[in-house]
Ligand binder design. Structure first.
Ligand code: ZN
Ligand code: ZN
Ligand code: ZN
Length: 764
């Protein structure tokens, strides 16, 4: 007896070829019915015998198109009588009052499109903007909803007849692919070479490859913005790029044509290979291999490369014939946001780029490359994001409760913003450090475009409790809306809880660089107990002076002197290079600053402790990029290693909060350096292992007192692989249930999610 069922399917099911897929599935089962988009996803009716219907829906669940993500399949209605359908139909959608569908992130070019790209018989042979419903741009070109061509930057390109036919054919891979285009109707790329302005080469991409092979630096338009490219095997070209970009030592990312090309210079395991080749195509940090032929100045002193595989058709056309790997770094001058508009790129980058490979498909929202790393945690390998942008935004994180519509504006560094819609928390792409006008504009654009895309009118704004952040100022300027200040490390903890759907109280081990504390001091080595609603600071790293404030972040020797002063009473007594290399005047000034607390705020930052120890051990006294000292201190050791002998430290249990006191450890390390005993690597391993001991013993004490055995690890310091892996393993062995970040960065890039969760919980 045939019956008719009505289903609603939610998730990423629009703009990803979902309806034609259901159409084809229904046809292949010879079932009648219809499907249409609705405000929550798609609704469909399907008619047949119960067993046929089961088989059909099972296939829909399991074989959905690459970009689709089914969150739920709900049976809304079931009836056994009624009219028989004449075949299966795709109904065009009515625009509903509130769009609730999820827009897909931008995706790398798919295998099918790649095959066509290099097929001389295909009508899109070598066409640099080839795409289909399974791949290509999405988030970066959307101006608003509903998601169709009119609302994208492709509106400027009316489809030719052939493209229109594909667009309207449910059997075609390009059915309703909004950015569909071809040589006849779509956007083009061209080369502008400042040294030969009159020339307009017929093969601009081939010409660009030639320039790169000759050692030129070229700005190349990608999905979310411009890259600056140079031949990665040409030491001179890479060094020149560093000079022009004013970027002294911070590693550049590499782009390779294929997995095989990447394997020549980097170690790639199975999980990494899968992630590298995924359509999200993040930059992945991979161990260097010896003799890979990559210029040393790509990532000087680093043990890893940041590697991304070619992800646009242009990249694939560029990276062939003797040029398989290039440096692909963001098209910007240090600290500014990445250029994404042609005029902007031409204006800002001429000092850096010899030539520009331009294109006229406009980017509406600039989005950087994402960065991720695979980490071993116990018996499994987890991927953890370090920067969440292209390929991931705007996929939401599901909150374990339903906050009201709100906006969280994030912290100052590595800023992201977050908007809520129902249980979905939408983290923006990585915006950057809110320190200049350009980044601030990009921050405002992100808020505006994301609210428009999600059709959310926030009724509340959450911000960092730091009074001086630009994001805090922005929140306060929105006079019509109430604001909620969220303590920085509470937000870190809440972000990790939210990712894992936790609502019961947890123990948050939050090791971070800088965050404004409830006592007005700079926090960052915190053991918090609480949930979204509130928290208690049960233990902290002992406060230490930061002579010169922010300058001490760039000059870790200042922190070393302060630690020595604290441990020994006076650093002048200590016979170690970090003291001896200071001038007499420097010693006096810094000594007085620390002594009297002049321009020397107190901090409990774990990040600073790592910096100070790095300077004490002679690893690095001045940083040229964020966290360089701590990174180099970690690079001396292997993530899975453990020292036989720990350093001494104390837990002052009677204080409120308890104090994790590193003074004995500082004295011991200074003694070893004075005696010349132990290499920097050995001492680094002893220090790192001792920090694991601090984590373990402090957590045990807290569990003893509170009975809480669930730990979340968050904060920028957990980008340290040794520490993340070690804390996870040590705590797990001691019977704790340990959660680490998997969807959003552990650094400040994840803070807006936590702000949204905390404010949303309070207002739910
Ligand atoms: Zn495709
Ligand atoms: Zn066309
Ligand atoms: Zn932080």
């Amino acid at each position: 007896m045939p019956e008719t069922r009505r289903y609603q399917i939610r998730g990423v099911v629009q703009g990803v070829g979902f309806r034609p897929f259901v159409f084809r599935t229904a046809e292949s089962h010879s079932l009648g019915g219809w499907i249409r988009n609705d405000s929550d996803g798609v609704v469909l009716e399907i008619q047949g015998n119960p067993s046929q219907l089961e088989a059909f829906i099972e296939e829909v669940r399991t074989n959905a198109p690459t970009l689709a993500r089914i969150e739920s399949v709900a049976l809304l209605e079931q009836r056994s009588n009624g009219e028989a359908f004449d075949g299966f139909a795709i109904q065009t959608s009515e625009r509903s009052a509130q769009a609730r569908t999820l827009v897909s992130p931008d995706m790398g070019v798919c295998e099918d499109c790649l095959r066509e790209l290099f097929d001389p018989a295909d009508r899109r042979h070598l066409y640099p903007y080839i795409n289909c419903t399974n791949c290509g741009p999405r988030y970066t070109i959307i101006r608003g909803v509903p998601y169709d061509r009119k609302m994208t930057t492709m509106a400027a390109f009316p489809m030719c007849e052939a493209c229109e036919r594909e667009y309207n054919d449910p059997y075609d891979r390009r059915f309703h692919a909004q950015p569909v285009a071809c040589w006849d109707c779509g956007p083009r790329v061209w080369l502008r070479d400042s040294r030969r302005p009159e020339e307009d080469p017929a093969d601009p991409i081939g010409e660009t490859a030639g320039l790169l092979r000759d050692g030129a630096i070229v700005a190349v338009k990608g999905l979310g913005g411009y890259h600056l490219m140079a031949d990665a095997r040409n030491e001179e070209a890479v060094a020149e790029l560093r000079r022009r970009k004013r970027r002294e030592e911070k590693p550049f990312a590499l782009m390779s044509a294929s997995l095989d090309a990447a394997r020549e210079y980097a170690q790639v395991d199975e999980v990494e290979a899968e992630l590298l080749s995924s359509i999200a195509r993040p930059i992945l940090l991979l161990r260097k291999r010896r003799g890979g032929g990559i210029a040393e100045s790509v990532a000087p002193g680093s043990r890893s490369w940041g590697v991304v595989l070619a992800y646009t058709p242009t990249h694939h056309l560029l990276l062939r014939d003797e040029l398989d790997t290039v440096v692909a770094t963001s098209g910007n001058v240090s600290d500014e946001p990445i250029a994404f508009e042609d005029e902007d790129a031409l204006e800002r980058l001429p000092e850096i780029a010899d030539a520009f490979l331009l294109g006229n498909r406009k980017i509406f929202t600039r989005v950087d490359d994402s960065i991720a790393r695979a980490v071993t945690l116990g018996d499994r390998t987890e991927v953890t994001p370090l920067r969440r942008a292209r390929g991931y935004t705007p996929s939401p994180v599901k909150a374990p409760f339903r906050p009201p519509p709100l906006l969280a504006v994030g912290p100052e560094l590595k800023n992201t913003v977050c908007l809520s819609r129902g249980e979905d928390l939408f983290l923006s792409h990585h915006i950057g450090d809110l320190k200049n006008e350009a980044t601030r504009r990009s921050f405002e654009h992100a808020i505006e475009s994301l609210s428009k895309l999600l059709e959310v009118q926030p009724g509340l704004i959450a911000h960092d409790s730091h009074p001086g952040y630009l994001s805090t100022a922005f929140a306060r300027e929105q006079k019509a809306l109430p604001t909620v200040a969220v303590q920085h490390h509470h937000a870190h903890m809440a972000a990790c809880m939210c990712e894992h759907g936790l609502t019961d109280p947890v123990l948050g081990v939050i090791f971070d660089g800088t965050g404004y504390g409830t006592d007005g001091k700079i926090w960052g080595g915190e053991f918090l107990v609480g949930d979204y609603g509130s928290f208690e600071r049960v233990a902290q790293l002992e406060y230490c002076r930061l002579p010169g404030g922010d300058r001490a972040v760039e000059e870790p020797f200042r922190v070393a002197l302060s630690l020595l002063q604290q441990a020994h009473g006076s650093f002048s007594e200590v016979d170690v290079p970090v003291v001896n290399e200071r001038s007499e005047q420097e010693r006096q000034v810094l000594g007085r600053m620390i002594e009297q607390g002049v321009n020397s705020p107190l901090t409990s930052s774990m990040g600073r402790l790592f910096d100070g120890i790095a300077a004490l051990l002679g690893v690095r006294e001045r940083c040229r990029y964020d966290a360089q000292a701590a990174i180099e201190l970690e690079q001396l050791i292997e993530p899975g290693a453990r020292a036989d002998r720990l350093l001494d430290w104390e837990l002052h249990r009677d204080e409120q909060p308890m104090r994790v006191d590193p003074r004995p450890l500082v004295r011991e390390l200074a003694g070893e350096v004075e005696r010349g005993a132990g290499s920097a690597a050995e001492l680094s391993l002893r220090f790192h292992s001792t920090v694991l001991d601090m984590v373990l013993r402090t957590c045990l004490e807290i569990r003893e007192r509170t009975g809480i055995a669930t730990v979340v690890l968050s904060g920028g310091v957990f980008q340290n692989e040794f520490l993340l892996r070690g804390s996870f393993e040590t705590l797990s062995e001691a019977g704790f249930l340990v959660h680490v970040h998997r969807q959003v960065p552990t650094n400040d890039g994840g803070v807006s999610l936590g702000q949204a969760a905390v404010a949303g919980w309070g207002a739910r």
